[in-house]
Ligand binder design. Structure first.
Ligand SMILES: NC(=O)c1ccc[n+]([C@@H]2O[C@H](COP(=O)([O-])OP(=O)(O)OC[C@H]3O[C@@H](n4cnc5c(N)ncnc54)[C@H](O)[C@@H]3O)[C@@H](O)[C@H]2O)c1
Length: 315
């Protein structure tokens, strides 16, 4: 019997992923957890535990309490927030991963998901159609923690046989929660501000293209990866996930088809340098070949769905 623990379930990905996991595997089989309460859909859709991923003893108790067989570890400090307090971010991102790796070994957890990010690439990485295997010299604390995490995941797989799987998510766009302090947050904030005030000041320049993905595609990829037979998972560090690629100006123009009065100004801050060190577009050929990945949402469809749903937000 599959019993899933989602850690970081109140965040941008956790909210959508928890709802979908419960739909697919049964509400009683998916335990959500976070250091803060989640939105209504997650809180009322099944069991929820307040859990600090730095507290190994409490994680251990929850694994035993619910007979957990799979863990999705989503709790992390994202790129923008991490740069404000690098050592704190490093400690949380790395120690939390070690807690999960060690407890999974000890308690024989069958499968673990831990996300990496396109932030694991750096300025010396080929920026266009970035391949799976390439130069990786991240210059942010977030990127360094993701690259180190990837290496540890592969190590625990080879050394201890842990079935840990990972995706390098691009920037994710969703409407259920606000974004969590990353460099691609502008592509979520612009929708809220378009509807709230009709004005948005973007913290990146108008012409910087970044790889992005609509949340439904990201959730689908995550569950597809986790449900694929183990022999199909050839990459044990982290799979590239490409999605779509667009600039702030391109999304502004697409939103203006629905909200013509939207006014966007561009005032790049410290996150511009982070964005410049990341790829412009990513190749996910390995994911396509190994476990049949294909994204569905392009820019126009994603914008249409965001505009239709953003008013329905409950948290
Ligand atoms: N959102 C993106 O665009 C994106 C892109 C690439 C990778 N990722 C990765 O995906 C994962 C989830 O990202 P997200 O966007 O949902 O982030 P988020 O910030 O929205 O959510 C993270 C959640 O973790 C929780 N958390 C923080 N510290 C915790 C702790 N000590 N114990 C328990 N919970 C804690 C937070 O309360 C929050 O609800 C992260 O590993 C992130 O690096 C996200």
């Amino acid at each position: 019997m599959k019993k899933i623990l989602v850690i970081g379930a109140s965040g941008q990905i956790g909210t959508d992923l928890t709802v979908e996991l419960r739909k697919q595997f049964g509400a009683e089989n998916v335990i959500a957890s976070d250091i803060k309460n989640a939105c209504e859909d997650v809180m009322q859709g099944g069991s929820f535990e307040i859990l600090d991923v730095m507290d190994r003893k409490k994680i251990s108790e929850i694994i035993d309490k619910y007979n957990i067989t799979e863990i999705y570890h989503l709790a992390a400090i994202l790129s923008g927030n991490a740069e404000k307090n690098p050592k704190w971010a490093w400690d949380i991102n790395m120690d939390s991963l070690f807690n999960i790796l060690e407890l999974s070994r000890e308690k024989k957890i069958q499968k673990i998901f831990w996300p990496s990010s396109m932030g694991a690439f750096g300025i010396s990485t080929p920026a266009v159609n970035t391949p799976q295997l390439t130069i990786m010299e991240p210059s942010t604390v977030y990127g360094i923690s993701k690259l180190a995490g990837e290496r540890w995941c592969e190590y625990y797989h080879h050394k201890y046989g842990l079935d840990i799987r990972s995706l390098r998510y691009p920037g994710l766009i969703s409407w259920k929660t606000e974004a969590g302090g990353g460099t691609t947050d502008y592509a979520v904030e612009i929708f809220y501000e378009a509807i709230r005030s009709g004005n948005y000041e973007c913290f990146l320049s108008e012409d910087i293209a970044l790889p992005m993905m609509y949340m439904d595609d990201a959730v689908k990829a995550t569950i597809m990866l986790m449900e694929a037979p183990a022999e199909k998972i050839k990459v044990r560090s982290s799979y590239n996930l490409g999605g779509i690629s667009f600039t702030p100006k391109e999304i502004e123009n697409e939103i203006k088809k629905y909200i013509p009065e939207l006014k966007v100004s561009y005032k790049p801050d410290f996150r511009q340098a982070i964005a410049e060190s990341w790829p412009r577009s990513i190749s996910d050929e390995a994911a396509q070949k190994d476990w049949g990945w294909k994204h569905e949402y392009g820019l126009p469809k994603m914008v249409q769905v965001m505009i239709e749903n953003i008013g329905k937000r409950k948290c």
